[in-house]
Design a protein around this ligand. Structure first.
Ligand code: IDP
Ligand code: MG
Length: 148
């Protein structure tokens, strides 16, 4: 079992897609182990996207992600990191496959509504960054009907 960090970005919140996005992860069979909404600080946003700090779009990305509320989530399940990335779709909404979140709702690169960790190390780092208080440990009774 893995846990991944997923975040509805300010454009997803502004567009009223919080419920739609959470619903897709819930219906898939992932288990919610962290959920909150915050307006990210510049420091948190900068560490989150530190890997992109030399890219030309970085200043705009930091301004965008700190511009309003985001929804921070932690989802747990088998191969949760890859499963979440599959649900999310390709970075550019115009190229993302239909049926994915970005493919169904996005038309651009910067405004792509959602973030998902891309590997085990980044998931661990991002979960610690956004959920320093820790995650919820609970038994979900449907699990035995999700995994055979
Ligand atoms: P990902 O979110 O699919 O993992 P990354 O390449 O890691 O995509 O980029 C992180 C985020 O930076 C993207 O989700 C997007 O919001 C933003 N971004 C990436 N490339 C561009 C660009 O060329 N222009 C504007 N924003 C970009
Ligand atoms: Mg990425």
């Amino acid at each position: 079992m893995e846990t991944t960090y997923v975040m509805v970005k300010p454009d997803g919140v502004q567009r009223g897609l919080i419920g739609e996005i959470i619903g897709r992860f819930e219906r898939k069979g992932l288990k919610l182990v962290g959920l909150k909404s915050v307006v990210p600080s510049k420091e948190t946003a900068e560490s989150h996207y530190a890997v992109h700090s030399e890219r030309p779009f970085y200043p705009g990305l930091i301004e965008f992600v700190t511009s309003g509320p985001v929804v921070c989530m932690a989802w747990n399940g088998k191969d949760a990191i890859a499963v979440a990335r599959t649900l999310i779709g390709a970075t550019n909404g115009r190229e993302a496959a239909p049926g994915t979140i970005r493919g169904d709702f996005g038309m651009d690169m910067g405004f792509n509504m959602i973030h998902g960790s891309d590997a085990a190390e980044t998931a661990e780092f991002e979960l610690g960054l956004w959920f320093p208080e820790g995650l919820m440990d609970w038994e979900q009774t449907i699990t035995s009907w999700v995994y055979e």
